[in-house]
Design a protein around this ligand. Structure first.
Ligand code: ADP
Ligand code: ZN
Length: 220
């Protein structure tokens, strides 16, 4: 099963994607995490990537596609993948379709988590992540606090704020979303693959609720 997660930065697609990957027993690939790992390794590729990520703009397609496809060719991706953060523009989506087609595979569904820009900004400013690459749990000081202040519940590592989760970079990332990634909603809709979930800060709908909805849909 190949699932694409769509949504603005901070919409919760990473959290939902991770839960779905556990539920369906398939790999979860986050292009943002993949990139942050390259940045941590501090080689030349990492340096190039860092310039784009810190500005909140897209890493060039050729590099992105090369690194994501390398990851997709690994053994744990054979039975399916939750793709989170890739594709992020039409060129990447078309490339992904071709890549899967060559393997006689295809996207089964694209899940869009839809929130307003103002809700997104509120959510991202209070987002904290576990920097332990084996854990990567995501918290929110508003609605998903760690039990102990500033410490990851799962592994005990000190939580951090992502460099690009500061207000200026968030605004740039939202602009990038509107200019490039939003088109993907129509792209998958026209292929009849879109499953849109409307969320807002007051709806009380949690990531768990969204996961349940998707599980139900696939049982049918
Ligand atoms: P978020 O969805 O919260 O913005 P991600 O972790 O998905 O964060 O991405 C962080 C950054 O990594 C993006 O702002 C962008 O610079 C880069 N990035 C991630 N995925 C892609 C992609 N598919 N194509 C180009 N750049 C990407
Ligand atoms: Zn942790």
């Amino acid at each position: 099963m190949y699932i694409v997660m769509l949504g603005k930065p901070g919409s919760g697609k990473g959290t939902v994607g991770k839960m779905l990957s556990e539920s369906f027993g398939i790999a979860h690939i986050s292009s943002g995490e993949l990139f942050r790992n390259y940045i941590k390794k501090a080689g030349n590729i990492g340096k190039t990537i860092e310039e784009y990520v810190n500005k909140g703009i897209l890493v060039p397609d050729d590099l992105t596609i090369k690194l994501v496809e390398k990851r997709l060719n690994e053994k744990d991706c054979e039975n399916g993948v939750i793709l989170d953060g890739f594709p992020r523009n039409i060129a990447q989506a078309e490339e992904l379709d071709n890549f899967l087609k060559e393997k006689n595979k295809k996207i089964d569904i694209a899940i869009e988590l839809n929130l307003s820009d103002s809700d997104i900004i509120k959510r991202i400013i209070t987002r904290r992540i576990c920097p332990n690459s084996e854990c990567r749990e995501v918290y929110n000081l508003d609605f998903k606090k760690p039990v102990k202040d500033g410490i990851c519940d799962k592994c005990g590592t000190e939580l951090i704020q992502r460099d690009d989760d500061k207000e200026d970079a968030i605004k740039q990332r939202l602009e990038t979303y509107h200019n490039e990634s939003e088109k993907l909603v129509k792209y998958y809709k026209s292929k009849d693959l879109l499953y849109a979930v409307k969320l807002n800060m007051n709806s009380g709908k949690t990531s768990e609720d969204v996961v349940k909805e998707v599980e139900e849909k696939f049982k049918k």
